[in-house]
Design a protein. Sequence first.
Length: 126
Amino acid sequence: MNEKIYYPAGPSSELSNDRVPKRDIGGGILLQVIGDGEQLNAVHWNLPDGSIVPRHSHPQEQFGYVIKGAFEATFFGHGQFIIKEGDSYVIPSNVEHEFKAIGDTEAIDVFTPPRDLSTAGGGRKQ
């Protein structure tokens, strides 16, 4: 059987969070891929106050959870919302969206199918 095993990315695992690299995608926004499976991938974000993930879309569905801070989120054609600590969101495939951090913000996003994050970038500071 040629089955791939996915280990947890927690403090007690071989893939502990402090070993997973963070990449600055611009504007001080840090992207850290914390899970990478065949059907989904997961990202941990650190965004400084006022930073912006500019308008974009992708074919993947996206689930997100705000760990701390907040976002002013614009879902073009659907409205603008404040998403704060403890809130979650789902973005359907191909919906254009943009996020602005309100305070230092941390969030988790899960994409299905997996999103190619090697070219993710373009964050900026307002």
